[in-house]
Design a protein around this ligand. Structure first.
Ligand SMILES: [Zn+2]
Ligand SMILES: [Zn+2]
Length: 267
């Protein structure tokens, strides 16, 4: 497992930045799903969120690592009751973390206070791979800090399993937001199990019937199982939120402040 430990030692932020550099380049070369003009401005608006997150995360990552190590030392969690090989722990770890994320994401659409932060990610009217960064730092730190601790406490996951989950998750998130054309057959094959880029773009549709669907990050079968799976051809998707449609509401500072502004949902 030396290769795995070596991979897990690489900061996930570097992996994300590397993947975005690759996909951002591909987006310039290959044909795009959605056309948009000011790509550079869009990129910087997203990237500033990453800087904020990076600074906040210096503190939060320490708290999360400390808490998970403490839980492991006390042998708290279901996986401590049964003897499992590492590969089984890795698969079960990804499944349980993805399931927890599914429910937290669904809750973020349901609870008004959580939606105020989550809508920053949905407000983007022109998706590309840099939209991976575009989430309010308070939301990211809250979920990033609390989900692994909570799931580690219930199931007994350790830092290797949690690190492996982020290693698998990051390429999914970058790919799901990339502004490339993906063939419709992907939904009939990979899309039976995994969240494909087209399925996640449906989640970014302005029509709330579709915004409140396809919540899963990795395994779309959670949506199929819990009745939130929805489909429409991706060229019929209109990205963003009506209440953020104006150009002046697409800027970094407005978006940072926006959770504290009363904004009615429009449909
Ligand atoms: Zn969402
Ligand atoms: Zn998204």
């Amino acid at each position: 497992m030396n290769e795995l430990e070596y991979l897990l030692n690489i900061d996930i932020n570097y992996i994300a930045i590397g993947l975005i550099a690759v996909f951002f380049t591909l987006e310039q070369i290959l044909s795009n799903q959605f056309s948009f003009k000011e790509r550079g401005k869009h990129f910087w608006n997203s990237f500033l969120f990453q800087i904020l997150f990076f600074v906040g995360n210096l503190f939060w990552a320490g708290v999360a690592v400390f808490s998970i190590e403490w839980l492991n030392q006390q042998e708290i969690g279901l996986f401590y009751l049964i003897e499992l090989p590492l590969w089984a722990k890795l698969i079960l770890g990804i499944l349980t973390l993805d399931l927890a994320t599914y429910w937290f994401h669904r809750l973020s659409h349901r609870m008004p206070v959580l939606w105020r932060f989550h809508r920053v990610h949905h407000s983007d009217t022109t998706l590309d791979s840099s939209s991976y960064f575009r989430s309010h730092p308070i939301e990211v730190l809250f979920w990033f800090g609390s989900t692994p601790i909570l799931v580690a406490g219930i199931f007994g996951l350790d830092l290797i399993v949690i690190g492996f989950y982020y290693l698998v998750l990051t390429p999914f998130l970058v790919l799901e937001h990339s502004n490339l054309r993906f063939p419709a057959w992907m939904e009939k094959t990979f899309g039976l199990i995994f969240t494909t880029p087209n399925l996640h773009k449906i989640h970014h549709d302005q029509d709330q019937h579709f915004t409140d669907s396809n919540y899963a990050d990795i395994f779309i079968f959670w949506d199929r199982l819990f009745g939130t799976y929805r489909y429409k051809p991706v060229d019929q998707v209109r990205l963003g939120l009506k209440e953020f449609d104006e150009e002046s509401k697409q800027y970094f500072w407005y978006l940072v402040k926006s959770p504290f502004i009363r904004i009615e949902r429009e449909n």
